[in-house]
Design a protein around this ligand. Sequence first.
Ligand SMILES: *[C@@H]1O[C@H](CO)[C@@H](O)[C@H](O)[C@H]1NC(C)=O
Ligand SMILES: *[C@@H]1O[C@H](CO)[C@@H](O)[C@H](O)[C@H]1NC(C)=O
Ligand SMILES: *[C@@H]1O[C@H](CO)[C@@H](O)[C@H](O)[C@H]1NC(C)=O
Ligand SMILES: *[C@@H]1O[C@H](CO)[C@@H](O)[C@H](O)[C@H]1NC(C)=O
Ligand SMILES: *[C@@H]1O[C@H](CO)[C@@H](O)[C@H](O)[C@H]1NC(C)=O
Length: 379
Amino acid sequence: MVMAGLIIKSVFLIVLMLGVDHAGSSSSPAIKAAYWPSWDSNFTAMAIDTSHFTHVHYAFLLPDNITYSLVVSSTEGLLLSNFTSTLLHNKDHKVKTMLSLGGAGGDSSAIFARMASNVSSRQIFISSTIEIARKYGFDGLDLDWEYPATPKEMYDLGQLLNEWRVALKQEANITCQSPLLLSAATYFSPEFFLDKIFRSYPVDSMKKNLDWVNAMFYDYHGGWDTSTTGAHAALFDINSKLSTSYGLQSWIKSGLPRNMLVMGLPLYGRTWQLENHQNHGVGAPAIAIGPGDLGQLTFSQVVDFNKQQNARVVFDAATVSTYSYAGDIWIGYDGPLSTTLKIGYARAHGLRGYFFWAVNGDKKWQISKQGKVFIGDPF
Ligand SMILES: *[C@@H]1O[C@H](CO)[C@@H](O)[C@H](O)[C@H]1NC(C)=O
Ligand SMILES: *[C@@H]1O[C@H](CO)[C@@H](O)[C@H](O)[C@H]1NC(C)=O
Ligand SMILES: *[C@@H]1O[C@H](CO)[C@@H](O)[C@H](O)[C@H]1NC(C)=O
Ligand SMILES: *[C@@H]1O[C@H](CO)[C@@H](O)[C@H](O)[C@H]1NC(C)=O
Ligand SMILES: *[C@@H]1O[C@H](CO)[C@@H](O)[C@H](O)[C@H]1NC(C)=O
C-alpha cells in the first residue's frame, strides 16, 4: 500500500518534470562535472572514469595570505601536472580540466576578502591564476569563495570578476589560444537570507563574466542541527526555503540565465542518531550526529554501512531524497533514483547541467552514471 503510493507519487513527479521541458533551448554544451579532492591519496586522478563527465575540477589551490599569488609547493606541482596529463591524455573521453581556487575550510574566505578589496592585489591574484592554469595545462579556472560575508565583499567579488574576464580575454588574444573558462561555486541561493548580514551575489557581473555557476545545492541540514534528521540536499521542502527547487527558482528570478546554472549534487550523506529508533522519517527527533567525521559519510561508505548493518533504504518522494536507517543510526543522502529525478528536474528547467561533490565518494559510478538515463540530449 505504502509502496504503491510511493510509485504513483514518483510517476507523477516524472510526468511533472517532463511537462515543463526547456531542454535543448540552448546551444551551450551541457556540463556534467565533478570535483576531485587532490588530498585523497586513496583516489588518484587515474581512478576517475572520465566517460561520466565533461569537466573535472581540481580541488583546491589557495592564494598566499600575504602576496595573493597562488601557492604551489613541489608536491602540489606534481599533483597538478599528473592531474592534467592523466585527464587530457585520455583519448576516449576528452574532459576539460578546471583549476578550483578556495574551498570550504581554513582561512580562505578571509584571504579572498582581503585580496578582492584592493585593485592591485586583485591584479596580482588574477595574473597568478592565469599563469598557473596555463603552466599546468588547465582549460579553465573556478572560484570557490565560501562565502563573501558582507555586501561590500559581494561588490568586490563583482569587481574581481569584471577584471578577471578582461584579463582572460587579453591573455587569449596575446597568446592566440582559446580563453580559459571561468566558473564559480556558490551558495544554493543568490541571497543569504538566513544570516545576520543579508547580502546578495553580484548577479549582473556573474552573468557578464562567468561561463557558468556551480550552485551548491546541498548542506541544507547537518551537524549544526543535531535535533532532527534532515534531507541535506532536498529537492523540495514544503516547510522551509531550504531546498534545491527554492534555490534554483531564486537564481532564475535574480536574472541568471538558466543555461548558466549548474546543479550541485552530493556524493555524500549526513548522519544522525535517532532519539527513538521507531521514529525514523525525514525530520524525526535526533540526539546527535554520527557516524562519520562531522556526521558525513561518502556515498560509497553509506552503501557499505547499509550492507553491513542490513539497513532499511527508503526513497522519500516528498523531498526527492534517499535515507537509510539501522538501529538508531539515520543517514540522509541521494541514491540512484533521487539523483536521476534531480537530474531530470535540472534538465526540465533548462539548466546547463550538474556537478558532483566529490568524485571520490561514488561507488562503482552508480551515481555518476545517472545522467545517461536521458537519451539523445545534452545530459
Ligand atoms: C585511505 O584509506 C585508508 C584505509 O581505508 C584510510 O585509513 C585513510 O584514512 C585513507 N586516506 C585518506 C586521505 O582518505
Ligand atoms: C593572514 O593575514 C592576516 C592579516 O593580514 C592575519 O590576521 C591572519 O592571521 C593570517 N592568516 C594566516 C593563516 O596566516
Ligand atoms: C600519475 O600518478 C600515478 C600514481 O599516483 C601514476 O601511476 C601515473 O603514471 C601518473 N601519471 C602521469 C601522467 O604522470
Ligand atoms: C593593496 O594591495 C597591495 C598588494 O598586495 C598592497 O601593497 C597595498 O598596500 C594594498 N593597499 C591597501 C590600501 O590595502
Ligand atoms: C587583440 O589584439 C589586437 C592586436 O594586439 C588588438 O588590436 C585588439 O584590440 C585586441 N583585442 C582584445 C579583445 O584585447
